[in-house]
Design a binder for this molecule. Sequence first.
Ligand code: URA
Ligand code: CA
Length: 434
Amino acid sequence: MRMVDLIEKKRDGKELTKEEIQFIIKGYTNGEIPDYQMSAFAMAIYFQGMTEAERAELTMAMVHSGETIDLSAIEGIKVDKHSTGGVGDTTTLVLGPLVASVGVPVAKMSGRGLGHTGGTIDKLESIPGFHVEIDKDEFIRLVNENKIAVIGQTGNLTPADKKLYALRDVTGTVNSIPLIASSIMSKKIAAGADAIVLDVKTGAGAFMKKLVDSKELANAMVKIGNAVGRKTMAVISDMSQPLGRAIGNALEVQEAIDTLKGEGPEDLQELCLTLGSYMVYLAKKANSLEEARENLEKSIQSGKALEAFKTFIQAQGGDPSVVDDPMKLPQAKYTFELEAKEDGYVAEIVADSVGTAAMWLGAGRATKESTIDLAVGLVLNKKIGDEVKKGESLVTIYSNQEDIEEVKQKLYESIAISKEKVERPTLIYETITE
Ligand code: URA
Ligand code: CA
């Protein structure tokens, strides 16, 4: 086989075979196929697309380009959740303990964040003593015992995706549905998921800003998952404004605790119950989505979900008393209120730039080397559709620096107030089950 022939074949819109796709991914991973040929190939996919069969083969070829995690020692169906990103998305922190509390095994491998706020691990590390440096045997033992554990990223998973993603980033080929869908799905499958629940974000703060594109991506991923034997479902949810109210590491832990008590922000609670019921259903811990949701609601009401969070924290060296006494979480030195300059209704909260403001406070990393301040961040006191009076607080700013003029400026630019009444945005646009 020659790479040039395969580039031409895709350029001309023909379907590649399994062997051809495997040849390309293997050759690219081990360096036999150079970047310039792979760039041309990615561009050919960008314009010609890929058939469903090709997408599934590409995904599995990337899965097999490196190590895979074997979770077979964990009892039950391992369901993983993936969100296509957003700002202040606290769902993972809530969903882990929530679904674990009804018996779904949560074996989560997680990373540190780049951008607005930290990743799940950074957030959890704001709990004093909590750590993810556990070995694989301990990880498996903890999931079997408590139904939940989180471990840092280990192993050389999907090296083909790492290399290809970096190449796409500089060749104008990121925005291709088959390439995005196979990239995301390969990582989930390599990490050991038997079933996958996808939260595909849509709106101004999302990777996919238009609903039609988000739908197409969600459909593509659901098809890939089911084609390769991993039951997959997707929810398309709103990211026209940040989810929940908190943006910042310790602040999001606090928000997760509130939500596990049933006292969290309405949108976060609703999305967690929806995604959670899919996870419970796919793990076969309920016979229907309705039953799954009822079980989750009961677990919140009875305190079982909160108890699961405490057990999880304790098992990984953390101080579980933060759950009852959140003042034990890192606290910022100063708080400031962003006061509304006029009466009206909140019409827009641009998630991206609110995220940037949180990063400027130190809540996120601008580069991989930046250090992160776990205490700082933002709490939105108003969301789209809320009425606001001049002088009322739109946002509470938690900061360790006294001079926050730039942050305030950025926030004023991110939040639009309208004289006319504004509708609340839809939270869940669609669910895709197959
Ligand atoms: N996220 C990924 O992991 N891969 C893509 O290709 C795009 C977004
Ligand atoms: Ca949040």
